[in-house]
Design a binder for this molecule. Structure first.
Ligand code: GDP
Ligand code: IMO
Ligand code: MG
Length: 422
């Protein structure tokens, strides 16, 4: 039995899609446990690039079953577009996609409220996909769930109730146009018919699979520092990307989890607002963005870039229970004469013992760097660890030692083949 959780260990976009696709081959089932279409997971097969937002990255491997757990918030139109896109590229969905009846549904008013929030003082730089407002309704016990799509009478009652309430808010508080409930009703009744075939009791499905000896890979979206509880609040997403979120996000108990695997970019990026101690502003950051093609897979926004932060990774390892990691995008560092690694934080002249998650502290800390020599040579064609330059090996040993994890995969390019396994 093997149930592994794969987590983004920084601020998202670490290369989870690529590594799920690589590891997926060894699993029977891949399950998403949180987030929604704010995620953009990229997989490159030959020269074809696929960006997945809701469907687990295992779908591109024949025979792997894919599950969307209750912890995910689903935009039905985004889901249907993704199914359609993948089917057009020859991927089959027969007995392969299972969607939790308890997952919550993103409604048009969630996206409108998300964009209104982004225009005010509480802006966090969200992806605009309605994620935060949908989770608010879930926790406020007003949400509409996948199972509601199957009961037309209940669905109509809930949609009319919610749209009436949101229209009041839109009109009276924000002075915005009201939404047309009849259009929403028509669209969501239609979604129900199209999605019905995939709706599943996911906890029963997954626990039966475990009892039958099947292996499961839980695919996290976002990253540990975007976690609603453990991230750099309020500049976070509204779900629990950390490994703890996996159990509640699909209905598999902690006693069944056998390992936690971290995905770690060999430098740091973040999209949207919020503190970023090792950020490189100016030309150096621009160059890293150019070399790493660091533009959002969902929104196309330029990602902020900076040095590897081993102090942050130690914290991420602690809260996730990460044992082994895949280091991605190592090839991107190949042009640098020198590479900096942050090994500690100083605040008011004192070295910190623990990673601070409060914005106020993070904005005032001074990162302490160790400078390592670069390797100044293309490594994207290398397939064996032994063939890496000595400076690259030293960089890997250094970050592994200072972050406290073992490296078992090294990625040197976006393609499946550009991977070194240790
Ligand atoms: P995710 O959200 O964690 O799945 O990551 P994204 O797909 O948003 O961003 C990662 C980007 O880096 C994608 O464009 C990948 O194709 C690309 N990528 C993944 N691994 C590597 C690598 O080792 N080297 C390079 N150069 N690109 C990579
Ligand atoms: P993947 O799975 C990077 C960021 C947004 C914003 C904050 C809140 O591809 O790694 P939200 O729309 O979730 O309310 O936005 O979180 N964010 C991500 N950043 N990768 C992601 O997903 C992200 N999903 C959300 O930029 O700062
Ligand atoms: Mg991404």
């Amino acid at each position: 039995m093997s149930v592994s959780v794969l987590v983004g260990s920084q601020w998202g976009d670490e290369g989870k899609g690529k590594i799920v696709d690589i590891l997926g081959e060894r699993f029977d089932i891949v399950a998403r446990y949180q987030g929604g279409a704010n995620a953009g997971h990229t997989i490159v097969i030959e020269d074809q690039q696929f960006i997945l937002h809701l469907i687990p990255s295992g779908i591109l491997r024949d025979g792997i079953k894919c599950v969307i757990g209750n912890g995910v918030v689903i935009d039905p139109q985004a889901l249907l577009d993704e199914i359609d896109f993948l089917q057009k590229h020859g991927f089959n969905f027969n007995d392969r996609l299972f969607i939790s009846h308890n997952a919550h549904i993103i409604m048009p008013y969630h996206k409108v409220i998300d964009s209104i929030n982004e225009s005010g003082d509480n802006k966090v730089g969200s992806t605009g996909r309605g994620i935060g407002p949908c989770y608010i309704d879930k926790f406020d016990r007003k949400g509409i769930r996948v199972v509601d799509l199957l009961d037309k009478v209940e669905l109509e009652r809930k949609i009319r109730r919610n749209v009436a309430e949101k229209n009041e808010i839109l009109k009276k508080i924000y002075n915005k146009e009201e939404l047309d409930v009849e259009v929403i009703l028509k669209d969501y009744l239609a979604f129900g018919n199209l999605i019905a075939q995939y709706i599943t009791d996911v906890p029963t499905f997954l626990n039966n699979a475990i009892n039958d000896g099947k292996s499961i890979l839980m695919e996290g979206a976002q990253g540990a520092l975007l976690d609603i509880d453990h991230g750099t609040y309020p500049f976070v997403t509204s779900s629990s990307p950390t490994s703890g979120g996996a159990c509640s996000g699909v209905g598999v108990p902690p006693t069944k989890i056998s390992s936690v695997f971290g995905i770690v970019k060999s430098y740091t990026t973040r999209v949207g607002l919020g503190p970023f101690p090792t950020e490189l502003l100016g030309e150096e950051g621009d160059e890293l963005r150019k070399w790493g093609a660091e533009f959002g897979a969902t929104t196309g926004r330029p990602r902020r870039c900076g040095w590897y932060d081993a102090f942050l990774l130690k914290y991420s390892r602690m809260i996730n229970g990460i044992e082994r990691v895949a280091i991605t995008k190592l090839d991107v560092l190949s042009n640098l004469d020198e590479i900096k690694v942050c090994i500690a934080y100083e605040l008011d002249g004192k070295t910190l013992e623990a990673f601070p998650t409060t914005v106020n502290q993070l904005e005032r800390i001074k990162p302490i760097y160790k400078i390592l020599p670069g390797w100044k040579t293309d490594i994207s064609h290398i397939r064996k660890y032994e063939d890496l330059p000595i400076e690259t090996k030293n960089y890997l040993s250094f970050i592994s030692e200072h972050s406290g994890f073992e490296i078992s995969i090294i990625s040197v390019g976006p393609k499946r083949s550009q991977t070194i396994e240790l």
